[in-house]
Design a protein around this ligand. Structure first.
Ligand SMILES: [Fe+2]
Length: 101
């Protein structure tokens, strides 16, 4: 989306990418709300490993130096894949910490 707005290079991508594939954070009453809402899909559809693979491929094509992920909206499985498959340095954001690149 940023590439549509500007031809400037993208040095970093940061924030929540919303990939609760195998689980969600803050589950209540046995319901994994994050896997149902907030994925960009209809509630009866789930975000998949293929969706994550497409995003990883797009990020790798964009080739930012760093990717900063929020941990609140992504499962450990997706974090593991991102850290393993992204060519960029990947850090999980922590409240109160300062990041630079
Ligand atoms: Fe989020």
């Amino acid at each position: 989306m940023v590439s549509r707005l500007s031809n400037e290079p993208i040095h970093a991508i940061g924030g929540g990418l919303h990939f609760p594939i195998t689980d969600g954070r803050g589950n209540r009453a046995g319901i994994r709300f994050q896997t149902i809402i907030g994925t960009g899909k209809s509630p009866w559809q789930r975000i998949t490993d293929d969706d994550l693979a497409k995003t990883i491929s797009l990020i790798n094509k964009t080739a930012p130096e760093k990717v900063f992920l929020s941990g609140h909206d992504i499962c450990d499985h997706s974090i593991g894949r991102m850290k393993k498959e992204l060519k960029s340095t990947c850090e999980i954001l922590t409240a109160g910490k300062t990041y630079s690149f």
